[in-house]
Design a binder for this molecule. Structure first.
Ligand code: ADP
Length: 599
């Protein structure tokens, strides 16, 4: 009941009014009773005196039948009980009882007081009449001699009734006032509580996420000020939340698109956040990882070790880690891992959130390997012809010059080595020119068949010499391609040349072309030695040779040049192969957009 502001105001008011009026009723009845009694007492004393004055002269005739009638008459006239008492205490006249049976009255307090003070009064309970009575007494004198007393008595129930009536009136008034007070309090409370209730409703809506909820300020009092402050607070809150949301979205976008893997573990070591890059590197998914323990997610002892170290020391840890092949990385991942405690405090060991960042250094590492291999390969390629030239020169100097036929043979050998060197240097130059984009392509709409034919014609004798069957399947109705003809011939030449070189006698080589996904797809298939799976991703690198023993006179540059030419045309080149079963090389060329028909 007191939970409601209405009753909290109304009840104390009502109680206060009732208590105040009750106290007033008690006080007033006391005052009125005292006044009434004083008044009654004075009246009765006067009447008693009057009777005393009358009975004084013929007191001696008292206690007779005539006097009994007289006493009765007075009693009726004055509506009081009249008793006449002799000086010795004997009752000599009585209006209400049988005087002959009454005891001596000298010891009655009012008589004693009358004897002492000239008048006496007393209030006491009368056993005979079973009610409270007021008694008054005055002495009766006969020529200066005390001969007796006149005593009057009256029941006080009338006075009590009057006082009760007064009390009743006051209490009824108090009750009515309390009712009015309660009604008034309810109205006041209602007016005070209504805006508070509205504020509560709006606060609830805000808590449920409706940050645009506002109140209309209707008054200038405290509630109005509170409403205004509340609205301001709502606005501030909305701005802050919007700011935070923007910030969060920005952060989420950054995390989503960054190349580095980001992962956060909470104090208990469970994964709380993981961005797509981290999912890829760890070969997991957010659904699997979130909430799982770090060790379950990464499944790599070194990574777990470094993370544990940071957890125990509370200090940043950096480590380079090689991870076994995962996902699309066939050669394994090379990661740099940085683990940092997320918050400076609390510094409690094993109870911190940790930020783990993975940087994928695999491409950097691969580039390094490529460069290292390139240098070692080029040195190797140069050393063989140079050594053989050196040998030729030394042989000539050692006397072969004197033997003209031998000298000519040696010079031929030197010439061939020089040709090979020259070819290699030219290919290198060509590659570097294409790579740097210094060779502009002369693009023209061309039929693929027109590109394939001259290459096949040029290399067919070589294929026949190697006892290989060469088939060409290029339909005449293929769309035109927008290419630099001689360059694409070079690509096809390199592929075909390789196919001849790496297919043993009796094998088959096929060239075909078809349209696929809006581009033209050219394929060179052989059933030769094939390429080991480990070498396949690298054969398009400069100087890369899968099998040095078998690749013979090649420089290892042919496929690198082919790749650059195809890419310069906006196409793609790739290979599929199985060792011992043969290889398939594919490349795409852009198709000429069909011109809209002129009107
Ligand atoms: P090369 O001048 O040595 O042929 P390429 O760049 O043309 O250099 O080829 C690189 C390597 O790819 C070759 O050494 C060979 O190991 C492999 N290769 C290329 N084509 C084929 C093929 N058709 N069959 C088997 N291996 C091939």
């Amino acid at each position: 009941m007191f939970g409601n502001i209405r009753w909290r105001i109304a009840v104390p008011y009502a109680v206060l009014i009732l208590v105040a009026m009750g106290a007033l009723a008690v006080y007033l009845s006391q005052v009125v009773r005292t006044a009434e009694l004083a008044n009654l007492q004075a009246n009765m004393l006067r009447q008693a005196q009057l009777i005393a004055d009358v009975v004084g002269p013929d007191w001696d005739g008292m206690a007779s039948e005539a006097s009994d009638a007289q006493v009765q008459a007075w009693s009726e006239a004055l509506a009081v009980r009249v008793t006449l008492v002799a000086a010795d205490g004997t009752v000599v006249g009585e209006s209400h009882e049988d005087r002959t049976e009454m005891e001596n009255h000298l010891s009655r307090p009012e008589i004693q007081q009358a004897l002492a003070d000239g008048e006496g009064s007393n209030i006491r309970y009368s056993q005979t009449l079973a009610t409270e009575m007021l008694y008054v007494a005055v002495p009766v004198w006969q020529a200066r001699t005390l001969v007796g007393y006149v005593r009057l008595a009256v029941p006080l129930d009338e006075v009590a009734a009057r006082i009760n009536q007064l009390r009743g009136t006051i209490l009824t008034a108090a009750f009515l006032m309390a009712l009015v007070a309660v009604a008034l309090a309810v109205v006041i409370a209602e007016r005070t509580a209504r805006p508070v209730r509205r504020l509560t409703a709006v606060a609830r809506r805000m808590a449920d996420g409706d940050l645009d909820a506002r109140l209309y300020v209707t008054s200038r009092d405290e509630v109005g000020t509170l409403t205004q402050a509340f609205n301001n607070m709502g606005e501030q809150l909305r701005q802050q939340v919007v700011g935070l949301q923007t910030e969060r979205e920005r952060l989420a976008t950054i995390l989503e698109h960054m190349a580095d893997g980001v992962l956060i573990t909470d104090a208990s070591g469970r994964v709380q956040l993981l961005n797509p890059a981290a999912s890829r590197m760890l070969n997991t998914s957010p659904a699997e990882a979130l909430g799982a323990s770090f060790a379950q997610v990464v499944r790599h002892y070194r990574i777990i070790e470094v993370w544990q170290q940071c957890r125990q020391t509370g200090e940043q840890q950096v480590a380079a880690i090689e991870v076994a092949p995962a996902g699309k990385e066939p050669a394994g991942l090379f990661l740099q891992m940085v683990v940092t405690p997320l918050f400076d405090s609390p510094p409690a060991v094993n109870a911190q959130s940790l930020l783990v960042i993975f940087q994928n250094l695999t491409p950097v590492r691969r580039l390094e390997t490529v460069r290292r291999d390139f240098i070692s390969n080029i040195s190797h390629e140069l050393r063989t012809p140079l050594a053989s030239l050196k040998a030729v020169v030394e042989t000539l100097r050692d006397g072969a010059v004197e033997d003209p036929p031998a000298a000519v043979r040696f010079l031929d050998l030197a010439d061939r080595e020089l040709d090979a060197l020259t070819q290699m240097v030219e290919e290198l130059l060509e590659l570097s020119r294409i790579e740097s984009g210094r060779v502009p392509l002369r693009l023209a709409p061309t039929a693929v068949a027109a590109v394939v034919a001259p290459v096949v014609e040029r290399l067919r004798p070589q294929a026949e010499r190697a006892e290989l069957a060469l088939t060409v399947n290029v339909p005449a109705d293929l769309p035109l391609v927008l290419i630099d003809g001689p360059r694409v011939q070079q690509v096809l030449g390199n592929l075909l040349h390789n196919a001849i070189k790496f297919t043993p006698a009796g094998g088959t080589i096929a060239i075909d072309a078809r349209e696929a996904d809006g581009a033209l797809l050219v394929r060179v298939t052989d059933d030769g030695v094939g390429i080991p799976a480990g070498d396949l991703p690298r054969i398009f690198e400069r100087f890369y040779k899968a099998d040095r023993a078998r690749s013979g006179g090649g420089t290892g540059l042919g496929l690198a040049i082919a790749r650059h030419i195809v890419q310069a045309h906006g196409g793609q080149i790739w290979a599929r192969s199985k060792e011992g079963e043969g290889s398939r090389f594919y490349f795409t060329l852009p198709v000429v957009e069909s011109e809209p028909l002129a009107d």
